[in-house]
Design a protein around this ligand. Structure first.
Ligand SMILES: [Mn+2]
Length: 346
């Protein structure tokens, strides 16, 4: 058997399938649900077309733990297609799944591997041995418990040339949101120095912004980078400036052993997210006209969020019904109201 010089893994995370995807919608309006499925399928199609050695999903496949059977099938059918085309799949259950994936016959396929408990999956890919260790999202004090949970994966007892750790957790130094919040010392945060150097990389979900962490909080370089692919679509306005996509991770032969090679980020399409501020004075006179003027120049498929810097008069708030907004904004847009619009005045 010939032994290869490199392996290529397609790594995605936080697909949040099922979000805004009602099975029997009460009102007909544009939904964001199909955007999430489109990007998810496009990642898996890429993996099949380029004959990736493996697909890793870093968790939050679904947007919550109980999803309708139709959503479960829509999510698992493309995975089944992947394994039919000889691309094995590894999935980490995330927090939105409450650390469990819904049961499905699809998951019985021997090439779909789920970290339903701390464990290690070993692959022989054209003569190269690859071990993926991981565990489902751990809600309780992962900071203290990480070394023990990692030990429970049994990674030390399983020989392999390449080792990856797959998790759905926050790691120190990870940044989120428009104001760059940084995860530091919380109980829900894993320390960089607790990741054993024998792992070539950590493939992580949970943090929706794409980033690669290589240092401890005090600036020391570590051996094992933590790779966040980020979400494949923007799940909230906090992510509105972030590019979305997935990574292609190459691991190559070196002397001695193996090393992390090229990390290619592949962007995925995301519709523009725009915040429109309502002016309480002009809105009080002509709300519809005010909103139409404010949306002038927006892309037709924008996702709009209405905001206000000041409390709105009661008569304006009363007009901001879903029916009113559907009449004012084109069908091609999504519109939502920030909670502050309905907050009590003063
Ligand atoms: Mn998530």
């Amino acid at each position: 058997m010939s032994s290869r010089d490199s392996l290529r893994i397609v790594f995605l995370a936080d697909t949040h399938l099922g979000l805004d995807f009602p099975i029997r919608p009460r009102v007909k309006r544009r939904r964001r649900g199909p955007d999430f499925f489109r990007n998810y399928r496009s990642v898996l199609r890429h993996a099949i077309r380029t004959k990736a050695d493996l697909v890793v999903h870093g968790g939050d496949l679904f947007f919550r733990s109980r999803v309708p059977g139709k959503i479960v099938d829509l999510a698992f059918e493309p995975l089944a297609e992947c394994v039919r085309r000889r691309v094995p799949i590894v999935i980490v259950p995330g927090n939105h799944e409450r650390s469990h994936l819904p049961t499905s016959l699809y998951l019985n396929h021997p090439d779909i591997h789920v970290f339903d408990r701390p464990r290690t999956f070993r692959f022989d890919i054209a003569g190269v041995t690859l071990a993926l260790s991981g565990f489902p999202f751990e809600r309780r004090d992962i900071r203290t418990r990480f070394p023990r949970v990692l030990q429970q994966t049994g990674w030390k007892g399983i020989p392999a040339e390449i080792r990856l750790l797959c998790i759905h957790q926050a790691v120190e130094g990870a940044r989120v949101g428009p104001s760059d919040f940084t995860f530091r010392g919380g109980r829900d945060v894993i320390r960089m120095r607790d990741v054993p150097a024998r792992f070539h990389a950590v493939l992580a979900g949970h943090i929706h912004r794409r980033q690669v962490l290589t240092k401890t909080l005090d600036g020391k370089e570590v051996e094992t980078p933590v790779i966040y692919a980020g979400a494949t679509e923007r799940t909230s306005f906090a992510e509105r400036f972030e590019p979305k996509g997935y990574f292609e991770v190459t691991i190559r032969r070196s002397t001695p052993g193996w090393e992390l090679g090229h990390l290619a980020f592949h962007p995925l399409p995301s519709r523009p997210m725009v915040e429109l501020y309502i002016d309480p004075v002009t809105a009080g006179r002509q709300l519809g006209r005010h909103l139409r003027a404010a949306m002038d120049g927006l892309e037709a498929d924008s996702i709009v969020r209405l905001r206000s810097r000041e409390p709105l008069p009661l008569e304006v708030r009363a007009k901001l019904t879903p029916e009113f907004l559907r009449a004012v904004f084109p069908e091609s847009m999504n519109v939502e109201c920030a909670r502050e619009l309905f907050a009590a005045r003063g």
